[in-house]
Design a protein around this ligand. Structure first.
Ligand SMILES: *Cc1c(COP(=O)(O)O)cnc(C)c1O
Length: 354
């Protein structure tokens, strides 16, 4: 970060801190007092402001609503043991945000605006960063097209916003997941690697169908053959097979998760062999049956590590090892959490103290 940007700050007249129950925090429903907004017009980002969180006035013709130019990110700020606040690997989220922007024909956001916006928000809403174990402040950057114009073309105007929401410990009971072989999340040449709104919209119906069948989540397979495993819902998937960490390689249909990358780095450092490659459904089912697959979990910012307990495939349900016996994922999850809360040395330089 170089020069300090000119950010207009308007403080709320009435904080909601006093009426917020930090022991009851359903994910993403309680927002902090302030938000950050920047507007893109005539090829420039302008009108940088921190202002009270609340509705913004918009035309119903804005192109984000009609043609889906909308992207987002998700990362977390943690209250460290010494009281300071750290944002975990924000740099990675910044880079991925602009990758998503490029794919959706949207302008990049300058690093200064992204980072200084976060810093300004955390400064003003510092008290919204919880201090209990397992809690954090979830940061949601979003950008959407605001041209009030119905022609199908890339918008000329955009709004960038940063919202923050305090979150409690994620309840991670072992999931019962279904290997999906009818609907798909992403295809080669598509937008699967971008965090863009439509990817989540298209997943909702298949997800609801799977829930009706008694599953908690889906495992997406490749769109061509349905023989290869790609992701779990909105998280990456990691297996332990023959003692090695095995995960689908990042490609145009597999999102490059920060948690996935972090876990790979920690595993390698712990001397665990890691294989990033295509992972077939057959290998996973056989691995469960012959006992070579000893661990399976979803990895993402929201829950960090969520164990998979059962996998449904073609009408049959396969039970995995008892999650309480899974030392590999439990060990990595603990190390990761200790780093995020400043309880273990941050050897990789992942914590950005704001
Ligand atoms: C956000 C997301 C992930 C997880 O990425 P993190 O950076 O670890 O939070 C994985 N897959 C999809 C489809 C996602 O949207």
């Amino acid at each position: 970060m170089n020069e300090t940007l000119d950010i207009t700050v308007t403080k709320t007249e009435q904080t909601r801190l006093t009426v917020t129950d930090f022991s009851q925090l359903p994910f993403g429903k309680v927002f902090s007092d302030h938000m950050f907004i920047a507007e893109y017009e005539n090829g420039e980002w302008t009108n940088l402001q921190v202002l009270p969180y609340g509705p913004i006035l918009m035309s119903p013709a804005i192109s984000a609503l009609h043609y889906g130019q909308a992207i987002f990110e998700g990362m977390k700020a943690y209250r460290l043991a010494d009281g300071k606040v750290s944002v975990f690997r924000a740099e990675k989220n910044f880079e991925r945000f602009n990758k998503s922007a490029t794919r959706m024909a949207m302008p990049s956001i300058p690093e200064d605006i992204f980072m200084q916006g976060i810093a300004a928000l955390i400064e003003i809403d510092n008290k919204w960063v919880p201090n209990q174990d397992g809690y954090s402040l979830y940061i949601r950057p979003v950008m959407f097209a605001t041209d009030p114009y119905l022609g199908v073309k890339a918008s000329d105007k955009y709004t960038f916003a940063l919202l923050t929401t305090p979150t409690g410990p994620y309840y991670s009971k072992a999931l019962k997941v279904k290997i999906e072989t009818e609907y798909t999340r992403a295809d080669e040449g598509g937008v699967g690697y971008a965090k863009t709104a439509g990817n989540y919209a298209r997943s909702l119906y298949p997800f609801a169908e799977a829930q009706k069948e008694g599953f908690d989540q889906l495992i997406w397979t490749d769109a061509v053959s349905h023989e290869f495993i790609e992701e779990a819902g909105t998280a990456n998937l990691i297996f332990v097979i023959d003692g090695k960490l095995v995960t689908p390689s990042v490609r145009s249909t597999v999102l490059d998760g920060v948690t996935r990358d972090t876990i790979i780095k920690l595993a390698k450092k712990a001397g665990i062999e890691v294989e990033e490659r295509r992972v077939s459904v057959k290998e996973v089912i056989e691995g469960i049956e012959n006992g070579r697959l000893t661990d399976a979990f979803a990895a993402g910012t929201a829950a960090t590590v969520t164990p998979i307990g059962e996998i449904g495939y073609q009408g049959q349900v396969y039970k995995l090892t008892d999650p309480s016996t899974r030392t590999v994922s439990a060990g990595i999850a603990k190390t990761l959490n200790d780093i995020r809360y400043g309880l273990a040395p941050d050897e990789f330089g992942w914590n950005w103290i704001v």
